[in-house]
Each structure stands twice: as structure tokens, then as C-alpha cells.
Design a protein around this ligand. Structure first.
Ligand code: CUA
Length: 151
């Protein structure tokens, strides 16, 4: 009888671990930023949408920013949106891993070669938001920054 109890217990534990692992994978997929899609890092310039980086209005107070990161800059380098805008960032790196951190927001994404990083943020408060690379990417890392202007 004791054997049966142990068997049931260990079986229950296995199921439990499987559920936890499954949940973690699920939670990872759900939470921004997502790194789901792949891209050939050698062909960023020829691959849509990165063949045409920039900012596009896609709705009322809704914008899409297609951005490439490379040593030691962000393209596009200047972003300006009206206050209250929701901005969808689609990003990839053309060389090494960079960071995309926006001051005064929760944005703190890794942008890796070979992967597309997507993150959405609403900008309510007008101001100049400082964008910094927060992954060490080489000698010019400290200078790698830009701004997002919310008017
Ligand atoms: Cu790019 Cu540090």
C-alpha cells in the first residue's frame, strides 16, 4: 500500500513540474517584450519591414516604429509622437546584442541579432524620453542613445 502512495506522489510531482514548466513557457510568450520571430541578421536591410525603418502612423494616436540597432546607433534616430500615443516597436540588431531601455517607462528590452523584438508602450506624459542601450556592445556603447519626443 505504501508503494502505491509513493507512486501516486511521485506521479503527482511529475505532473506538477510539467505544469510549472508549461506555465513558464506560456508566461514567457505572453509577457512583453516578445522575441518570437527570427530574421537572418546578414539580410536585415533587405528584409521587410527592416528594409524601410522609420515611424508610421497606423491609427488615431497609434504608431508603428520599425527600428534597427547597430554599433552604436538607433535607426530611426529621432522619434516624435503626440501625447497619449500608443507606439508599437519592432526591432532587430544588425550586429551584436543591444539593449533598448526607455527612461520613465517599463521598457527594457534586449535586441539580439537574428531575433525580432516587439514591444508596445503608451506615452501619456509629454517630454523627452531618453533611450539608452543597456547591453555592453563595444567601445562606443556609452554613446549609444537617442530620444523619443512626446508632444
Ligand atoms: Cu549598443 Cu550597448
Amino acid at each position: 500500500k505504501a508503494e502505491k502512495v509513493w507512486l501516486t506522489l511521485s506521479f503527482g510531482m511529475i505532473i506538477g513540474f510539467m505544469l510549472i514548466t508549461g506555465y513558464q513557457a506560456f508566461a514567457k510568450d505572453m509577457g512583453p517584450p516578445s522575441y518570437g520571430e527570427r530574421i537572418d541578421p546578414q539580410k536585415v536591410d533587405e528584409t521587410a519591414p527592416f528594409d524601410n525603418p522609420g515611424i508610421t502612423q497606423i491609427g488615431e494616436k497609434e504608431y508603428e516604429v520599425v527600428m534597427t540597432l547597430q554599433v552604436f546607433s538607433f535607426t530611426p534616430n529621432e522619434i516624435e509622437v503626440p501625447a497619449g500615443s500608443t507606439v508599437h516597436f519592432t526591432m532587430t540588431s544588425k550586429d551584436v546584442t543591444h539593449g533598448f531601455q526607455v527612461a520613465d517607462t517599463n521598457i527594457n528590452a534586449m535586441v539580439m541579432p537574428g531575433y525580432i523584438s516587439k514591444i508596445t508602450q503608451k506615452f501619456d506624459k509629454p517630454g523627452e524620453y531618453l533611450v539608452l542601450c543597456n547591453e555592453y556592445c563595444g567601445a562606443g556603447h556609452q554613446m549609444m542613445g537617442t530620444t523619443i519626443t512626446v508632444k
